[in-house]
Design a protein around this ligand. Sequence first.
Ligand code: GDP
Ligand code: MG
Length: 818
Amino acid sequence: MTLNDLHTGDTATITRVKGRGAFRKRITEMGFIRGKPVTVVKSAPLKDPVEYRILDSNVTLRSSESSLIEVVTGADAPGIVVTPASRISGAFQRGPFVPRPGKIIDVALVGNPNSGKTTLFNRVSRSREHVGNYPGVTVSSKEALFNHRGYTFRITDLPGTYSLSDYSSEEKFVREHILKKKPDVVVNVVDANNLERNLYLTSQLIDMDITVVLALNMYDDLMARKDKLDIGLLSQLLGIRVVPTISHRGKGIFRLLNHVIRVFEGDDPDIRHIHINYGEEIEQSVQRLQELIRENPSHTDHYSSRFLSLKLLERDDSCTHLISDADNFIRIQETARDEIYRIRHLFKEDTETLVTDARYGFISGALKETMKKSGKNPGFTRSQQIDRILTHKYLGLPIFLAFLWLMFHATFTLGNHPMGWIESGIDLLSTFLRSHMAEGILRDMMVDGIIGGVGGVIVFLPNILILFFFISLMEDTGYMARTAFIMDRVMHLFGLHGKSFIPLIMGFGCNVPAIMATRTLENKNDRILTMLIIPFMSCSARLPVYVLIAGAIFPEKAGNVIFLLYMVGVVFSMLMSILFKSILFKNREAPFVMELPIYRNPGMKVILLHMWRKGAYYLKKMGGVILLASLVIWALGYFPRNVEYSIEYDQLIAQEQSPERISMLKREKEAERQKHSYIGRLGKSIEPVIRPLGFDWKMGISLVTGFAAKEIVVSTMGVLYQAGIEAEDGSSTSLQTRIRDEMYTSGPLAGKPVFTPISGFSFLIFILLYLPCIAVVTAVGRESGSWKWAGFVLFYTTAIAWVTSFAVFQIGTLLLNG
Ligand code: GDP
Ligand code: MG
């Protein structure tokens, strides 16, 4: 019988894990090993994947994967439970302590995803790195310096890992960091909610024989459950100092740092290097290999010979590589092969499995002696209750869609009021400047260049903050991880992985971190595929353009139009995914193993803080690249000044009586001048390309400038559409009104509005689909490791945008006229 045959609520004991390679390794690291009980929690709304309870955590598997896990239920079970008993042995004192000048302590934070490393890092370093309640938030290492009791700590926050094997790029990254950078002390951050699985990583650190202090984080949860843990004894059993911490409240952190110092200075008597006992036979193999490895002192100086031997037995290729330049490497390799063969023959089991089993045995042995569970688990029970609704079979998907709809609607409707206030503020400012500054180039630059450009973008800050609020809410509570679970089956239809969903949703905020978040995908092809379609996820920078244009042309239905645009983006990303999957990446699937963290209430303060941090990035962009771009565009549109007009406008204006005619003439004059400016000439040259899409040259220029950042489309429009024109009473009108009133002044369309519902929608579609901004292109290049992909993204998105807008405009025009 396999795990697949169980029903919701059933509990069974694992007897065997089939499958091979990376999948098997991953699955055993998550705790799916012989003798462990597993419970079926529920299946996703679309039946697949299924959520299981194992080692106090919830993990999801696809049915194709759970069919590889053999289980027995009920009465058959007790016979096969592994008894760990006296697996702890050996006590080896460390070598003499050598003090270092300067007293800098290099500390690396290592631990499972979501165990609170970044929270701890932020606390001690007072920095504000991103934390979120789903696995895989920290994707690269961050370093900070701070002082504590006369020592300088250089602390590094590393990505979360479940183990240090060869499985994913994060694991390799963390292992490399430990082996190559050789931090003085590794702080192993452990989630107290889930000691059995978290200590698996600790057991590997023990094998590596490095200096470790264990931060028993989320100790508040442990206390709330009324579980009893003998921390002193656990320290002795592991040979590692264990310090309870509650990092988000800053509790226990000083004690942790004090212990880091003590361990660093070598005056903590409980610290010793223990050996996990892997059983007589494996220990024998280890010893044989150790003897050979020790013939190379230059290697054993760097790496523990026991660690290398174990890795050889585990057939870990990149560790084998570490000693490949040893003189007796061939003999080492041969011996390893012989030993692996001997063990397999003896136990009818892979060495990797035996080693993993022994590690878990060691852990459960240590926990049996030190931990008394109360059996209560309020956090888990609460999470379970929430999940009963949010990931419900039928309700899960509709609730999620409703949430998305609410998010976009709130973004537009709630944002409208503060947007109006900011708009009037900006109007006041420009009217004030217009009437109080001397006429001339400086005034024009201030009012039309800076305020027109930057102000045009800044009014959308409220909308963007609201969007970020919802994204932070999803991230911090743990709902984000559930969406991957709910959507896995759907994503599957499009050749994507459930885990691709989180980067895609993050893309709504900003595509750059979304591209970086693809690192949580284990398979390289999945990763690139996800990167290729992320640009269709409408980022917050595109929102200002939507709000501006949709608000101008579809004032009644702007919210719905915007929601529609987001959905069109999603549809395109899915279609492209199917296409790419069938042409470019015909590969098999990566396993869906993802942890569902318990729901947390991060508190309003944290959510608002995260929202603000993202918003601050937006403001910074405004002061930098957007300001610069606005000035350049303004200058290109302002010069040259000595234009030869086709009619004597000034003379006509002087003769004219009616104010309407005057303003009309002023406008025509300005339009003609702009057409002769540098930017006008540039616009004319690209007009043939965009004319079939229903755009005029100003729209074309705006699109070109959008490559620097999508918000710049708005600031460019701000500069181009309102330059130099003022209403009769001297006040300025909002950019939205200007756009609605914009007319063609010459050509066959003269006198007709530029923005009709069709051309406007065609423009919106183009904005949605066309090339991502330069930051995203760079991110794709960096993350995919190849600039070929970056170029590809640039090209294919623009091609699709052109074709789609062409279709929208031409078909729309036909339907309307026909
Ligand atoms: P990382 O993936 O290890 O970097 O984990 P994060 O620092 O991103 O934190 C994951 C989640 O755990 C966040 O929602 C934190 O607010 C929360 N958290 C961190 N430390 C504690 C703690 O001591 N107790 C509780 N209850 N929650 C914590
Ligand atoms: Mg982190």
